[in-house]
Design a protein around this ligand. Structure first.
Ligand code: GLU
Length: 449
């Protein structure tokens, strides 16, 4: 663990006391605090104005009951959350996660990360996150719809295109956004397109939004490699996950001449040394909503391994953790380093543990941290909101070009910031500091609120 000064250590202690048992939130806060010392020294106003203390306390937290009826007529209860973390730069913005692991600690860590990530996009977005411990696995379409309608029946009063704009995350894709939007419209009698992002293309959605997080990840990784006189062309890539982020990261990586040799889901991973057939993964995951193990029925040359975390033992040039938080620990990082990994790009939110990040940074592995590397999704949400505000819709090429520009600018900003603070190449520090400065300066401008 990196040492921090007394002032920051006190803030850390308070965070743990105030948010008991919320380990993921403590971890996300600690990771940011570890990089802030030089900024706070340079600008003492931040400390005087209590910027760090305010940043770690969400502006508003909403917890609610979500009752719904299953297909057998049995009433079920889940817990819903929306944490409106910070609105210094714009309205709260961030996705909704439906997964059984969801509790306040997960939503808070995600909302905290989102505040910094959104700042890096350069768009006027605050940070927020929400979700539920509802498990969509094994539920029928009708059950998911009833759940979404009940969830929105409470959430609608807290959100709005100028207040708080949810989107998808794990367990919430285009289908769920449709059900949520339908219920919002029905309750409010308003076709307020800008209240949710990730909408269908014919009713206010943006082209490229589906692909954006994965594409954005590859754009920034390519930028990072090119800055170091290298490129994705001809590289072997291991990608964990097989959801939206993983699939479109794989698609863009293949387009740029790389080979994806392994992908996973929460049960296990498939290894196909000849190169994964992405069409087969899309069919299994997007169309059939089945398990990745089915891949070997279609491609007997591939092997299936029933332990997802073992995916990091596969020899590769580039590793892209795109599944979930803390999926890549120190042991996995060790085996990647031993196998000579060149670069890491975090597609998921906080996928690497602090020990893993330390190991990568100490070994000078090119490391694109989540806040920057997966910002393409929310950046394209901002582009969707812009189109909604203009009553317009743009071509695929136009949105994609803007996304590429945004990812390049993020890379430039975080690498220049790392350099400015004498930590050349330390992109996690560059991302934390650059985004902190943006949010903190806006908070200074706006007074004690
Ligand atoms: N859930 C995504 C993220 O973690 C997207 C959020 C959004 O588009 O608002 O950034």
């Amino acid at each position: 663990m990196v040492k921090i000064n007394n002032y920051l250590e006190k803030i850390m202690k308070k965070t743990r006391e105030r948010n008991k048992g919320e380990q993921e939130f403590h971890q996300a806060v600690r990771e940011v605090l570890e990089t802030l010392e030089p900024v706070l020294e340079k600008k003492p106003e931040y400390r005087k104005a209590g910027i760090v203390e305010r940043l770690i306390e969400p502006e508003r937290q909403i917890v609610f009951r979500v009752p719904w009826m299953d297909d057998q007529g049995q009433t079920r209860i889940n817990r819903g959350f929306r944490v409106e973390f910070n609105s210094a730069l714009g309205p709260y913005k961030g996705g909704l996660r439906f997964h059984p692991s969801v509790y306040s600690g997960i939503i808070k860590f995600l909302g905290f990360e989102q505040t910094f990530k959104n700042a890096l996009t350069g768009r006027p977005l605050g940070g927020g996150k929400g979700g539920s411990d509802f498990n969509p696995k094994g539920k029928s379409r009708e059950e998911v719809m009833r759940f979404c309608q009940s969830f929105m029946t409470e959430l609608y009063r807290h959100i709005g295109e100028k207040t708080d704009i949810p989107a998808g995350d794990i367990g919430v894709g285009g289908r769920e956004i449709g059900f949520l939007f339908g219920q919002y419209k029905r309750i409010t009698n308003r076709f307020e397109a800008g209240v949710l992002t990730g909408k269908g293309i014919d009713w206010g959605g943006s082209l490229v939004r589906t692909e954006a997080t994965g594409y954005g990840l590859i754009y920034i990784v390519e930028e990072m490699l090119q800055d170091n006189d290298n490129s994705l062309s001809g590289k072997e890539i291991v990608i964990s996950g097989s959801g939206n982020v993983a699939i479109y990261a794989a698609e863009k990586a293949l387009e740029l001449g790389a080979r994806v040799t392994a992908m996973s889901d929460s049960d296990g991973f498939v290894h196909d040394p000849e190169g994964i057939n992405l069409a087969a993964i899309k069919e299994i995951k997007e169309e059939k909503r089945n398990r990745i193990s089915e891949y070997t029925d279609m491609h007997p040359r591939a092997s299936y391994h029933p332990e997802s975390s073992e995916i990091w033992t596969i020899d590769c040039d580039i590793a892209l953790p795109c599944a979930t938080q803390n999926e890549l620990d120190e042991k996995s990082a060790q085996s990647l380093v031993e196998n000579g990994v060149l670069a890491i790009g975090e597609g998921a939110n906080m996928p690497s543990t602090p020990e893993a990040i330390e190991l990568f940074v100490n070994h000078d592995i090119h490391f694109a941290p989540a806040k920057a590397a997966n910002a393409g999704g929310v950046a394209t949400s901002a582009l969707e909101m812009t189109q909604n505000g203009m009553w317009d819709s743009w071509s695929f090429e136009r949105v994609d070009e803007k996304l590429q520009r945004i990812m390049k600018d993020i890379y430039k900003l975080i690498s220049a910031t790392a350099r400015k603070y004498n930590m050349e190449g330390n992109l996690p520090a560059g991302a934390n500091i650059a985004s902190f400065e943006k949010v903190a300066d806006a908070m200074l401008d706006q007074g004690v609120v």
